[in-house]
Structures are given as structure tokens and as C-alpha cells.
Design a binder for this molecule. Structure first.
Ligand code: ASP
Length: 329
């Protein structure tokens, strides 16, 4: 018993020490899902890995220079929204009406400030509109036409036509809406910056063939996105209705903050036990203030990447992956 106690104590000290060695951490996801067809097509998977790697590099350049979390999260998500591989911004999936309605949110852990937009149709980069809601209004969530108009008034880039978000692939879906097809690729980013603050952001086109007007978990603070310096920063991806019901992002942050559960243990519990794996498919990325992180998923795969800098050594560790295994650089 005594030995067990001592080893537990040692383990605690070592993990505390390890965590403190992380100067900054950036995690990114590009959506979770069945991933059928991608794992078997290495050249296709390579495209996603290259995009995730570019996203990590963009964030690294900002964080290594002392940039703050929101700056890194915004830059990474802008890049992923502009990359049509992912279900966010250009390349987003369509509604049952064949239109594109986009959701995004961002939250800072140091003061719990948050901003989100739901169902925007003309904002080129919805994450920028979410940030503007956070910084320029007393509100947290703007939806529909009001959100589009607000973004325009803020001078954000607006697209002339909702079809800007279409790609040849999504246009095919628009034309054949009855054919079962899916697009996975919501994007998200969570950061622990050098200042010790946490930030989380998420952006999506939502679920394929969603009823127009439907809002998923991504723009709902507490469901798809959450950040609290005393808990953790979380960005989710998957079947949004279940993430809303289980208030997944807040649930995880609160387990870390109040129950003092290790982030990996708490995240695994929510994703593998609380969410019904038959229907509540998806995953999340999360980091706490000590730089511990988790990236669990209960779906076939989840595009994801991590990057962290170890204090003192200057060494940056980086990896991207889709299934269980990740490729370390
Ligand atoms: N969670 C998103 C939603 O339900 C979709 C996704 O992550 O793929 O809108």
C-alpha cells in the first residue's frame, strides 16, 4: 500500500513536470466520421495530412513568436475554412435545400469571453464573424440574416453568392440530394499559448442534408466549443445533436476543473461511455493549462494533429493522423 502511494505520488509529480515542460500546445481537427474510402486511398489521405500539417505550421509561427491563442486559432481556422477539403467555409456540406449554412464559434479561457454565428450564408470565413461577435458586441451568438448583416457591417469579407461555398464535389451532392452521401470535415483548433491562456474555436457546414435552419453543436458554447483556463479548451466534431444533449465541451472542462480528472481520462469517458457510440458518433480535441491534451474519437477516424514546444530544449513535437495511429514528424 505504502509503495503504491509512493509510486502514485511519483507518477503525479512526473506528469506534472512533463506538463510544465510544454511552453505552448496547438491541436487541430478536420472532422470525425466513418472515413470510408479515405483510409484506403493513401494519396487522398496524404492531401488531408498535408493540409493539417500546414495548419499546424501556421499556428506554430504565431505561438512561437509569442502570439496569443485567439490569433493562432483564427489563423488556423481561416486556413482550413479556405481549404475545400474540409466541411467548413468553402467545401462545406449542403442542407436538404441544396444551400450552404455555416456555423462557427470561438472562446477564450482567461475571461470566458465567447462569440458565435449560426446559419450564415454569405460570410467567407465564419470564424471571423464569431470573433467579431465576441469582441464587438455584448452578445454571444448571432444567427441567420442578422449575423450575415452584422459581418458585412464589420467589413468582413462577404461572398456574392451562397454557391461560393460549393465545390464540384458538393455540387454533385446538391444535384443528387436523394443519394446517401456524407461529408466529414468540421474544423477546430485549441491552443495553450505562452501566456498560459487557453482558446478554442470550431467552424462547420454542419451535417449533410441537415434541415435548413438546423443549428448543430459547433456554434453552441458548451456543446461544440468551450474554454476555461481552470478547466480546458475543447473543440468537438461529430453528430451535433448528441454533443448538444451531453453538453460535451463544458462537460469535459468541468470534469477537469471540479472533479480534477486527468483530461485524457475525462475525455475518453465522455466520448466512449457517455455518448452512445451507435448514434453519438464523433470526437474532440482538448488541452488543459498544463499542456496535457486528449484527442479521442468513437468514429471510424478523426483528422487531427498536435504540435507542442518543450520548454528549454526548443524542440517542437508534431504529428498528424486519421485512425488510431498518428505520424510523428
Ligand atoms: N458537429 C457538426 C454538426 O453537427 C458536424 C461535424 O462535426 O461533422 O453540425
Amino acid at each position: 500500500m505504502k509503495h503504491l502511494l509512493i509510486s502514485c505520488l511519483l507518477l503525479f509529480q512526473v506528469s506534472g513536470l512533463l506538463a510544465q515542460e510544454r511552453e505552448y500546445v496547438l491541436l487541430v481537427h478536420g472532422g470525425a466520421g466513418a472515413m470510408k474510402g479515405i483510409e484506403d486511398a493513401p494519396e487522398k489521405a496524404a492531401q488531408y495530412y498535408a493540409a493539417l500539417d500546414s495548419a499546424l505550421c501556421i499556428g506554430d509561427a504565431i505561438l512561437s513568436a509569442g502570439g496569443e491563442g485567439p490569433q493562432a486559432v483564427m489563423a488556423v481556422i481561416n486556413y482550413l475554412e479556405n481549404n475545400s477539403l474540409f466541411n467548413a467555409g468553402k467545401g462545406a456540406t449542403c442542407t436538404s435545400a441544396g444551400t450552404f449554412e455555416l456555423d462557427a464559434s470561438i472562446m477564450e479561457g482567461k475571461d470566458l469571453s465567447a462569440g458565435a454565428v449560426a446559419g450564415v450564408k454569405t460570410v467567407k470565413n465564419p470564424i471571423n464573424a464569431a470573433y467579431a461577435v465576441k469582441t464587438k458586441t455584448p452578445h454571444v451568438l448571432l444567427a441567420g440574416e442578422g449575423a450575415d448583416r452584422f459581418a458585412k457591417a464589420q467589413g468582413l469579407e462577404i461572398v456574392d453568392d451562397n454557391m461560393y461555398f460549393a465545390t464540384p464535389k458538393t455540387m454533385k451532392w446538391v444535384e443528387e440530394l436523394k443519394k446517401e452521401s456524407k461529408k466529414n470535415g468540421t474544423v477546430g483548433c485549441v491552443v495553450l499559448d505562452k501566456q498560459g491562456n487557453l482558446t478554442a474555436g470550431t467552424s462547420t457546414g454542419g451535417m449533410f442534408k441537415k434541415q435548413w435552419g438546423r443549428v448543430g453543436d459547433s456554434p453552441i458554447i458548451g456543446a461544440g466549443t468551450y474554454a476555461d483556463n481552470e478547466g480546458c479548451a475543447v473543440s468537438c466534431t461529430g453528430h451535433g445533436e448528441y454533443f448538444i444533449r451531453h453538453v460535451v465541451a463544458y462537460n469535459l472542462s468541468t470534469r477537469v476543473k471540479l472533479l480534477h480528472q486527468p483530461i485524457e481520462e475525462a475525455a475518453d469517458y465522455i466520448i466512449h461511455k457517455e455518448l452512445n457510440t451507435d448514434v453519438g458518433n464523433g470526437g474532440l480535441i482538448a488541452v488543459d493549462k498544463d499542456g496535457n491534451f486528449a484527442m479521442p474519437f468513437n468514429s471510424g477516424g478523426m483528422f487531427r494533429g498536435y504540435l507542442y514546444k518543450t520548454k528549454g530544449s526548443g524542440k517542437v513535437e508534431k504529428a498528424v493522423g486519421l485512425g488510431e495511429k498518428m505520424t510523428v514528424f
